[in-house]
Design a protein around this ligand. Sequence first.
Ligand code: NAP
Length: 247
Amino acid sequence: MFDYSAPQDLLKGRVILVTGAGDGIGRACALSCAAHGASVVLLGRTLSKLEAVYDEIEAAGHPQPAICPLNLETAAEKDYDELADQLFDTFGKLDGLVHNAALLGPRTLLDSVKNEAWQQLMQVNVNAPFALTKAMMPLLRTAPDASVIFVSSSVGRKARAYWGPYAVSKFAIEGLMQVMADEQEGTSEIRVNSVNPGATRTAMRKAAYPAEEPEKNPEPAQIMPVFLYLLGPDSKGVNGQALDARG
Ligand code: NAP
């Protein structure tokens, strides 16, 4: 695992938005950020899942989170702008933005992928993170040292056959990260990096490898050190890096 031990109050006073916060790695990230003192904005498409995470954070006595039900497939520019306005009114800044939500999509020969499926996946995995980041920039600039994380994949760094639009979308995410990081370098306090979680025990992993023993892979909670490192002050100055949750 990525070698980092986070102090309990690492994220005290920070406001962190996590997409896909209702399940899998996003849920673990939201819980972990809250446990380390952050006010977490839970963004996702299934309200009941977000409410369950909200209740868990509240029951543990961590800072009160906020819920943002939003379907990244259908969200428009005005939805992101409205969210930015709401966050400005509630928190006045944004210290962390974790682009975690994604679709796996069809894993087949590229020439068998339906155009509609391609577009749906690119909308959620690439277009939405771009639009959300753009809308959040004024809030990120207001924070003293904001951190943006794009959740990537090993197939977004070295492609493999049959990984279809998912792999291509993760290459795009790495590109988005690199362009943004280079633009912020020396011009703002915002750092922008990507994380490859590696095989992790979630619904997406199960869908990609149905025959695999789930116990073979770590739980989402076990891969949190790299996220905490990038979201906290210890990673100030780390920018444009493609990191691995497994170290
Ligand atoms: P997951 O269990 O399928 O969770 C994905 C989350 O994204 C869910 O909360 C889902 O919401 C949300 N989401 C999907 N479409 C959305 C939409 N249109 N609008 C809003 N939210 C949406 O997947 P995971 O394994 O935790 O994956 C998290 C990230 O890690 C992804 O970026 C994935 O590519 C990456 N990753 C995972 C692995 C792995 O082994 N698990 C490996 C490499 C990379 P619902 O709960 O409502 O469906």
